[in-house]
Design a protein around this ligand. Sequence first.
Ligand code: HEC
Length: 150
Amino acid sequence: MNSIIWLVTLGVLYLSFIFTTPVKAPAPKKVEVEVVKTEAPAVVEAAPEAKTAEVVVEAGPVDLEKGKAIYLSTCIKCHNKDPNVKGPIGPELVDAPLELMHHKVITGRYPDVLPEGFVPKRKTKQMTKFPQLGKDVPSIHAYVQSLKKK
Ligand code: HEC
């Protein structure tokens, strides 16, 4: 009989111990944060004009005869005499806006930012540049547009 009393007493003590002992939250694990030092990305300061499609076209008086003369002496080495159709190397020119033609003529390249809606006819980089013709582009462009069929 005594042993039963002892067992019950021990059981009660054990249970009261369990219920009164505050449950300690496990200590938060130490999170090792590795600080990786990276080089700050270099800020590329592009010239503002490089980001815009707008090219200031040097204003030259529009002279159709001059435009024609330059077109026939210089451009048709690669483009067609009729700018509505492809030439031996260069594509048709009637869809090129003035600023684009200006950029193409003075740099030989398409601008990074193209005029809205304009799709380059070729992805090649074969055109030579004619920086000295910058001021004549309005005349060349006007001449090309005067021949546009559609
Ligand atoms: C050496 C050959 C060559 C000469 C000379 C040349 N072009 Fe080009 N042109 C090209 C080629 C090739 C392209 C297609 C893109 C490229 O490869 O550069 C082109 C593209 C162009 C374009 C863009 C057409 C489009 O709709 O995509 C224009 C505008 C243009 N040329 C204007 C001219 C004018 C104006 C002249 C004369 C002052 C001229 N080119 C002289 C070869 C030439």
